[in-house]
Write a protein that binds this ligand. Sequence first.
Ligand code: TYD
Ligand code: MG
Length: 453
Amino acid sequence: MTKVKTTFFCQKCGTPHSKWQGQCNGCKEWNTLVEEVIEKKERKGWVESKSTNAKGTHPVRIQEIDTDKEPRISTNDSELNRVMGGGLVPGSITLLGGEPGIGKSTLLLQISLQIEGKVLYVSGEESQKQIKLRAERIDLQNANCYVLSETVTQKIFKQIELLDPDIVIIDSIQTLQTQYIESSSGSVSQIKECSSELIQYAKKTQTPVILVGHITKDGTIAGPKVLEHMVDTVLHFEGDRNHLYRIIRAQKNRFGSTDEIGIYEMLSNGLRIVTNPSELLISQTNREMSGHAIAATIQGVRPLMIEVQALVSTAVYGTPQRSTTGFNTKRLNMLLAVLEKRAGFQLGTKDVFLNITGGISSEDPAIDLAVVAAVLSSYHDIALPKEICFSAEIGLSGELRPVSKLDQRISESKKLGFETIVTSKGIKNKFNDTGVHLLSLTKIEEVVALLFA
Ligand code: TYD
Ligand code: MG
């Protein structure tokens, strides 16, 4: 009997090892090695068969590289276009990750049905009939959308050669299998190999490819970490499955910023773009209760009003609990320390829970003041005035620091009916004619005096 060749791959980083060991040599993680059968046959991938099509590359002076002709292919979905930095780039590989049931397949099928040009939607998970049923549900028609139910990459490439699509969508990379490797689909080596075949195809033919990637329990894309390095753009589709809204954001983007978010709503007939996200994110009902504060933030280039909820209660155990959703816990601890020092609150004996509603997570430092206001509001059990919103960063000595793009924040607050925005001094009152009262304060003590005197 011929001996089968096996290698132990780290499921995290993909490093191969000749024998089993407890710790990976590459990423130093424990218990991540899994034995996989590898049996490379003679390779005859996309490149070889299509080599006539391939342009040989040679070094070019950097000044001579033409950047004008980087056309974008619009997905006809304003949210996705913005998150991707203007649309799909020819020859790019995009990985869309997200939990099961979040709506990845729905989003991509919707894109396939909206986009101009010939689309090949390859599904390794659903039959053509199931996809058709979904398309009927979404209720969009497109004569140029082709559907293929297949998992073997060589067979997919054969169909691609016949069809010559403008865009290829693969749902999902974990279901693909290349004939050159005999380990099962979804394993590290299969994922790596199939992706690299698809990347070669995308680069050689300048066809954009979108891959769906499953994510594991801890929220990372299943398979080797190298997959994320190999692709051009990594998008995450997230949000609470029980919530209506879904948020798409770029985790890595070679062709644009990673600050943008796109917000969708899952309806019975597919995903709809949320055009006024601030309205959705701010609840109108519980604003009369204590512990709620509204922050005027900027997500990417877009102003967004978000609601911060805090709950401060007496600690039952020795060490007080600090728990946050959508906000950095370390940052909360810092803000609580500032409050303790500057405003004399004994928060060391209190549990503090903080939540940003709607499944949003924000990195904008301007949210600090709203966090503090929500914590204080819950601490005193006094509701904040409904017409006030907040936008300022807080420094370690309790000073309010200026934020960027204040004019955009102000106009968004105005749109949503806020009358006052609390922010830092040092910003000229040139925005005052917008109709929103600008309350400029310098220190956290002043905020406390203003709200809870
Ligand atoms: P799906 O796109 O299959 O998620 P994923 O590919 O990320 O696993 O589906 C998501 C869920 O959305 C599913 O539970 C059914 C629901 N759904 C709707 O609510 N409306 C719709 O129009 C569609 C197509 C699905
Ligand atoms: Mg799916």
